[in-house]
Design a protein around this ligand. Sequence first.
Ligand SMILES: Cc1cc2nc3c(=O)[nH]c(=O)nc-3n(C[C@H](O)[C@H](O)[C@H](O)COP(=O)(O)OP(=O)(O)OC[C@H]3O[C@@H](n4cnc5c(N)ncnc54)[C@H](O)[C@@H]3O)c2cc1C
Length: 396
Amino acid sequence: MHDVAIIGAGPVGLALAILMARDGLSPVLVERQAEDALAAPAFDGREIAVTHHSRGLLERIGAWEHLPPEAVSPLRRARVLNGADPYALTFDTGDGGVGALGFLVSNHLIRRALYRVARGMPAIRMRAATEVEHVSAGAEAATLRLPGGEALGARLAVAADTRFSRARGWMGITALTQDFGRSMLVCRVAHEAPHEHVATEWFDYGQTVALLPVNGDASSLVMTRAPGEIERLMALPPAAFEAEMTRDIRRRGLGRLRLESTRHAYPLASSYARRFVAPRFALAGDAAVGMLPITAHGFNLGLRGAETLAREVGRARRRGEDVAAPAVLRRYETAHRLATGPLYAGTNAIAALYAREELPARLARHAVLRIGGAFAPFRQAVAAMLMDRGAGAGRG
Ligand SMILES: Cc1cc2nc3c(=O)[nH]c(=O)nc-3n(C[C@H](O)[C@H](O)[C@H](O)COP(=O)(O)OP(=O)(O)OC[C@H]3O[C@@H](n4cnc5c(N)ncnc54)[C@H](O)[C@@H]3O)c2cc1C
């Protein structure tokens, strides 16, 4: 019998296993992808804006040192614009002396770094190329059903198995889901002019575009449009795609664009589980809270939750208590709902405003940007949220 079984060796499942192993537990990670895909994950288009708090955690567990230094790009400023209006709502670090709002790092490199740390910890058992087929819970243990009829027992099962979590459903937990009827195309583009490490996001008729600065006069291009349009862009030959994107973003003054990576599409949809725990079971990462990427917090909040869950479970183990006692799981659920609920609701409200093209929505966008810009405390609060230094940084 294992003390903890984690379903999914994505970034959050891996971080959770590492944190728990550092706290004296011996988690088993069950992942459907093969070991070589975990050891050398392919580029998936996602550039993760890592907050200072997340960076601190990744440093503490030894993952940050596995990131090539040139793959970490500081984000110095962020600008948000509405249509052709030259006014920009700008976020910067203020006088905090920290130099960057956060750091952009490719998701596949974060996964690779976390895998390397987990692989080096004898307490973590890795079951790769193994798809969990079902989860159930009894009074003493949770049981994962694996291929070939194998049953794996654990005092606590944690599902970190994507925002479309099947384990969530097997345990009878439903989720609030919201589909914004848009898709996102993400890829890397090189450009002629430098970006000065400033991220720019703007709203045009029928589309939202973000350019996130990565090292080497290149940016991560995030284009949000109707799903049919995204399919068309995905299918365009590279030269035609480059020409169209160069034309569409010429106002940003970056010059000609060159495609530097594969293109990836994701639906603009969010999900929030109605409960994060059930008897002998907890949800983590996107399986608990599937944030929209627009405020760049899915992974950061997933890490927060992993810290909270590992802390509560570790404390129970040290006291010789049941690691899945209802009070342990309840404390995790309460803390993680508090940490995620307001940001989740706020992000969805912004997305709803920007996914619509009627005149009232366009005027509201304009007003939100102007009022936000004129109101310094608002700007400072958003920058602090991006930097994640105000809310308990250094905890855990
Ligand atoms: C375009 C884009 C940009 C983003 N930008 C940011 C950002 O700037 N900042 C930020 O914080 N977040 C960002 N995010 C969100 C971030 O990528 C996610 O929050 C994060 O990847 C969630 O990690 P996870 O481990 O919970 O899930 P996943 O990364 O989805 O991993 C889940 C794992 O579970 C495995 N699995 C699933 N089912 C089973 C099963 N039955 N049995 C075994 N294994 C299973 C899968 O194979 C996978 O490896 C972005 C997301 C997108 C799409």
